[in-house]
Design a protein around this ligand. Structure first.
Ligand code: F6P
Length: 534
């Protein structure tokens, strides 16, 4: 295992080096920002405010080599079956490959089918946007309801909100995921059945939450339009499971296909992005793909020391495995990106929340970090207190944009000031002496001092555009991949979600029949009895 390698052991020893120093001291090096930052087109990534030195970074780069990152990256892009437990290729990169001639899986080219579905999505979204495709009673669609969960919800929901500035304003977009009926019912209350298009997004088309919501939506529509043929006009499906879609009553022509080689949490640039394409139009969607592709090609070709996702991954591993920081905050300074932290939660935690290696051995080191966050500046007035003065150190990614989309420079200047000030405060704090020199009453000095030394990475883009969003998502996707390679785990299955699902099936039966007939522990049994008692 990787923690038995010499380089891992060397890094363990090195952790003492940063315990014994401060960012203040490390910043005495005049070249620190130059050495610890990378520019990619309009993106500037400053990772100088992390607790690293050049020697540590060199060793981390060595660690990546020891884990055979170069070969593994090649295997990813060339469609090797690196999702070993499910025996699947992992080719979300093919979805945004706008330039290659072919990408082969089992000797057949996947690009051709990808292009076919993209063309179909483009035609469909154009027709919805222009009112050419209409509902059963001839009215144009004004409400688009995406029903899906996990990767079939978080991506389109996050991106539709992130790119709302570029959206068709006459239409409203809703995302229903929770099986709690208040999610679908609250949405339906806002929709007119004659003008509502339902997009049923499910890779497997078996997910209980999605199917339950889809049936409720169908019933609601038919109760109002009173004609079974209305389903054809008002329902489309995004899925890999054509048979299940057809048995739900959605015709072949209304299926937008994708494939097993696209994991749910990587599926936004596939058919799963249909609601987004309707919202922003096919040209902006293409720009999003271009952004993804820009980072794919950077990840493929840049030397590791100048490779942003590689550096992101290595810093994450340094913080997690060597400095015992097991949580990571994601702080986008953009209201439009407020769903980005929860999108990344699935991407990172479902991918790397594993405790056995690909070979099935229990790992002897930590893997995926806890990912969480909130849009700045809101978080500043809520949980940043703990980031600044709490007992745990929580590394934070700050994501910001130089220009605002609306021309309100007063807001933008203040937003950017906060964005930068927080990273300065976290890194350098405020010493007791500084507080004292301000004439602060002595009993308050410990309360008003900040120890600093809290790591952060800053991502500064020019402007929030479809392209910059595509770049941002791809950076994190590849970061997750690199970390999975170093930890030796399979980042592309999610078997940890199965047990809860199968237990819920049994308990569901018991609730339905109002009696407990499976064996449970005392607590579980008591809870079921409470739920079913009159
Ligand atoms: O249960 C977890 C999961 O399989 C996720 O990985 C996936 O994104 C989500 O459920 C939804 O799955 P589907 O798209 O098949 O409905």
């Amino acid at each position: 295992m990787i923690d038995q390698s010499d380089i891992w052991k060397k890094l363990q020893k090195r952790s003492q080096e940063v315990e014994d120093t401060t960012l203040k001291v490390l910043f005495e090096d005049k070249d620190r920002v130059k050495n610890f930052s990378i520019t990619l087109d309009e993106l500037f990534v400053d990772f100088s405010k992390n607790l690293i030195t050049s020697a540590i970074l060199d060793d981390l780069l060595e660690l990546a080599k020891t884990a055979h990152l170069e070969e593994k990256r090649e295997a990813l892009f060339t469609g090797e079956k690196i999702n070993t437990t499910e025996k699947r290729s992992v080719l979300h990169t093919a979805l945004r490959d706008l330039h290659s001639e072919e990408v082969l899986v089992d000797d057949s080219d996947v690009l051709e089918n990808i292009k076919k579905v993209q063309n179909k999505m483009e035609g469909f979204s154009d027709n919805i946007r222009k009112g050419v495709r209409r509902g059963h009673t001839g009215k144009n669609f004004t409400s688009i309801v995406n029903i899906g969960i996990g990767g079939s919800d978080l991506g389109p929901k996050m991106a539709t909100e992130a790119l709302r500035y570029y959206s068709q304003r006459e239409m409203s977009f809703y995302f229903v995921s929770n099986i709690d009926s208040s999610a679908i019912d609250e949405t339906l209350l806002r929709c007119d059945p004659e003008r509502t298009l339902f997009i049923i997004a499910s890779k497997t088309f078996t997910t209980e939450e999605t199917m339950t919501n889809a049936f409720t939506a169908k019933e609601w529509l038919l109760n109002s339009l009173k004609d079974a043929s209305a389903v054809e006009k008002h329902f489309v499906a995004l899925s890999t499971n054509k048979d299940a879609v057809e048995s739900f009553g959605i015709s072949k022509e209304n299926i937008f296909e994708f494939w097993d080689f696209v994991g749910g949490r990587y599926s936004l640039p596939s058919a799963i992005g249909l609601s987004l394409m309707i919202s922003i139009g096919k040209d902006h969607f293409k720009e999003l793909l271009e952004g993804y592709e820009r980072v794919d090609s950077h990840f493929k070709t840049a030397p590791f020391e100048k490779n942003i996702p590689v550096i992101m991954a290595l810093i994450g591993i340094w913080n997690n495995n060597f400095l015992s920081m097991h949580s990571q905050a994601i702080l986008p300074y953009s209201e439009y990106l407020r769903f980005f932290p929860s999108y990344l939660q699935q991407l990172e935690m479902e991918s790397n929340g594993k405790s056995v290696t690909k070979e099935g051995e229990r790992v002897t080191y930590d893997t995926g970090q806890v990912i969480w966050g909130e849009a700045g500046t809101n978080g500043q007035h809520a949980f940043y207190q703990l980031l600044h003065q709490g007992t745990q150190k929580i590394p934070a990614d700050f994501i910001g944009f130089k220009e605002s989309l609306f021309n309100r420079s007063e807001h933008q200047k203040k937003l950017l000031a906060h964005f930068i000030a927080q990273t300065e405060a976290l890194a350098f704090g405020k010493s007791k002496d500084e507080v004292e020199s301000e004439g602060i009453e002595s009993s308050l000095i410990p309360h008003k001092s900040f120890e600093g030394n809290r790591p952060s990475t800053t991502f500064l883009f020019q402007k929030l555009t479809p392209q910059s969003l595509g770049m941002l998502i791809a950076l994190y996707e590849h970061k997750v991949f690199v970390q999975g390679v170093i930890w030796g785990i399979n980042s592309f299955d999610q078997m940890g979600v199965e047990l809860g699902k199968s237990l819920a099936k049994k308990i569901g039966q018991e609730i339905e029949e109002k009696r407990v007939f499976f064996k449970h522990d005392m607590s579980t049994q008591g809870l079921i009895e409470k739920v079913i008692e009159k």
